[in-house]
Design a protein around this ligand. Structure first.
Ligand SMILES: Cc1cc2nc3c(=O)[nH]c(=O)nc-3n(C[C@H](O)[C@H](O)[C@H](O)COP(=O)(O)OP(=O)(O)OC[C@H]3O[C@@H](n4cnc5c(N)ncnc54)[C@H](O)[C@@H]3O)c2cc1C
Length: 256
């Protein structure tokens, strides 16, 4: 099975993000890291490829920088990467991102597309579903377990109450939840090999996608402001009757 895994390079979450004061876009540093969320997708892709003697191509839309995050993903064992990196993409929203990724994936002619459920920096949680629509494939979302059975994809789809079993024919798009699998650590050999693996870097125009960036997305960030600080919670001092007070508060919050 040939599998495309969508991976995102993001500014290191350990350092506070800087916003451009004029455009309000995130200032994307040269050094970006692999979004932790996408390690689960890579592991799912690698396991399915190993079971079917297939291959894994990473697909990303990222400012090129030094490709540190992509090399981290390649070091886990993926075969190659396609990184759409183009200044024209600045300000692109989720739908433009999905259009660009879909065009890159179409060129690869894959049997399966794997993505994370929600990225760590953007949190839109929509790109995998948009990809499925654009590629004309079924979308299997919130997968906590992914299996390839009799040429079809079967997942356990996480729900509030437990899980549903969902099946679809291939090709399909699946988004996996964090914790679906235990992502492997890159070996020293993997890290060395990653430096030699092919990384194709087409522009959006080369993929035939025009109308990108903020213009193409039809969005404008007019203002940003810090989220209000959370107010301190209420402290209930136990004078022997605190449990009654707590039950009352829980009832008010409709928790019980
Ligand atoms: C140079 C540049 C500038 C950008 N500027 C902006 C901007 O100003 N405003 C803006 O809204 N967006 C911008 N983007 C796009 C942005 O980085 C997000 O990719 C996009 O908005 C999707 O949102 P999300 O990450 O919340 O997606 P989600 O739907 O939360 O992501 C779910 C999953 O989809 C996949 N995925 C999502 N995005 C990508 C990606 N880029 N590459 C590979 N896989 C992906 C991952 O597997 C991820 O786990 C820019 C991108 C580039 C390359």
């Amino acid at each position: 099975m040939k599998i495309a895994v969508c991976v995102k390079q993001i500014p290191d979450p350990a350092t506070p993000y800087q916003l451009d004061p004029e455009t309000h876009f995130v200032v994307r540093p040269e050094d970006q890291v692999l979004d932790d969320t996408d390690r689960y997708g890579i592991e799912v892709g690698l396991q399915l490829a190993e079971a079917t003697e297939g291959s894994v191509v990473l697909v990303s839309m990222s400012p090129a920088g030094n490709l540190q995050g992509i090399r981290q993903a390649l070091a886990m064992g993926a075969d190659k990467a396609v990184v759409v990196s183009d200044p024209a993409l600045r300000g692109s929203g989720a739908l433009v991102t999905a259009r660009v990724l879909a065009a890159a994936i179409k060129r690869e002619e894959v049997d399966l597309v794997v993505a994370g459920t929600e990225s760590t920096d953007g949190y839109a949680g929509v790109v995998p579903q948009q990809l499925a629509e654009l590629l004309g494939m079924p979308a299997l979302t919130f997968a906590r377990k992914v299996e390839h059975v009799d040429g079809r994809l079967r997942i356990e789809r996480q729900t509030a109450a437990g899980y549903d079993i969902v099946e679809a024919p291939l090709p399909a798009v699946v988004s996996v939840t964090a914790g679906a699998v235990e992502p492997r650590y890159p070996t020293f050999k993997g890290i060395m090999q990653a430096k030699q693996k092919p990384v194709d870097q087409p522009t959006a125009a080369e993929l035939g996608v025009d109308s990108v960036g903020a213009e193409g997305s039809g969005q404008r960030i007019s203002a940003v402001r810090p989220a209000p600080e959370r107010a301190a919670g209420r402290k209930v001092v136990d004078d022997g009757e605190a449990h009654l007070e707590i039950v009352k508060l829980l009832e008010q919050a409709k928790v019980v």
